[in-house]
Design a protein around this ligand. Structure first.
Ligand SMILES: Nc1ncnc2c1ncn2[C@@H]1O[C@H](COP(=O)(O)OP(=O)(O)O)[C@@H](O)[C@H]1O
Ligand SMILES: [Mg+2]
Length: 276
């Protein structure tokens, strides 16, 4: 049976304000879902809460991963189950190379490698071999592994690092929040093309995005539109096309949600919320 992530009637608040207001969604291994919605609709709140960020209060509802209650687990335990959440990596870490970082990250989630707080590192030769294979598959230059993590990375390189991490961790289900509205066309293409390399029967993806253009590369089979903390429409590729053509206006009108309600300070990413 394939793994599934099931979100049931989830309610999440931020500092006492309800943001996610009854969200239902199931993502199975092998399925590609896109969650789209205007700024402020709660997309990042959902992603951050799923990764276990303490700032987000789960008021009610359930999230299970093959029946296991995810909300009861620490972030690293979620990762060990096979749930990948982007922003699992820190910002710039001078002195830690991509290769070393990935070796630690992969060692920590591989079954049998860690017990309690101790993580046994995967043997160097074995790891190198695997890393080389994955880098080749994704078309990443070998020198990339020697670079310090995120240190002076361009937007596109950060994305390559993220997708390389995804490739190495081999999760069953990945949630990717494309918070970075400033991504240039090149970075969007990199994410799109390299994600395509990884997509297959063993990987389920929930890609969260504001912009339809990324989806052109990935062509998700399931599109969900989020407004004011709820998924208001689910469908196929035609929904993404509708957004591309008409924007969120007609959907807002249909559900009686004005732009004022959604106005906020834009994309709240995980790191900026940590700094508060
Ligand atoms: N860390 C935070 N601090 C304060 N408000 C937040 C925080 N995270 C989210 N919010 C609020 O939650 C709402 C949804 O934001 P967000 O989840 O970032 O939406 P999206 O990712 O869809 O743009 C906004 O009104 C935003 O201001
Ligand atoms: Mg966001």
């Amino acid at each position: 049976m394939s793994t599934e992530l099931v979100i049931k009637d989830l309610h999440i608040s931020v500092e006492g304000t309800p943001i996610i207001k009854g969200l239902n969604l199931t993502v199975r291994q092998g399925e590609i879902h896109a969650l789209m919605g205007p700024n402020g609709s709660g997309k990042s709140t959902l992603a951050n809460a799923l990764m276990g960020h303490p700032f987000y209060e789960i008021d009610s509802g359930k999230v299970t991963f093959d029946g296991i209650d995810v909300l009861e687990l620490e972030s690293n335990e979620r990762a060990k189950l096979g749930l990948f959440l982007a922003f699992q990596y820190p910002t710039a870490v001078p002195g830690v190379s991509m290769a070393n970082f990935l070796r630690m990250a992969v060692s920590a989630v591989r079954p049998g490698n860690s017990n309690g707080n101790e993580t046994k590192l995967i043997p160097m030769r074995e790891f190198r071999k695997e890393l080389r294979t994955k880098m080749k598959q994704l078309g990443v230059d070998e020198s990339f592994a020697r670079r310090y993590l995120n240190d002076g990375f361009s937007g596109g390189e950060k994305k390559r690092a993220e997708v390389l991490q995804l490739a190495m961790l081999e999760p069953k289900i990945a949630i990717l929040d494309e918070t970075d509205s400033g991504l240039d066309i090149d970075a969007v293409r990199i994410v799109g093309e390299s994600l395509n390399q990884l997509i297959g029967p063993n990987l389920g993806v929930l890609i969260i995005t504001h912009y339809p253009r990324l989806l052109n590369y990935i062509r998700p089979e399931f599109i969900h539109i989020m407004l004011d903390g709820r998924i208001v429409e689910s469908g196929g590729w035609e929904l993404a096309q509708l957004l591309e053509e008409k924007g969120y206006g007609p959907i807002r009108e249909k559900y009686g949600i004005s732009e004022e309600v959604l106005a906020n300070d834009g994309d709240q990413d995980f790191l900026s919320s940590l700094r508060r």
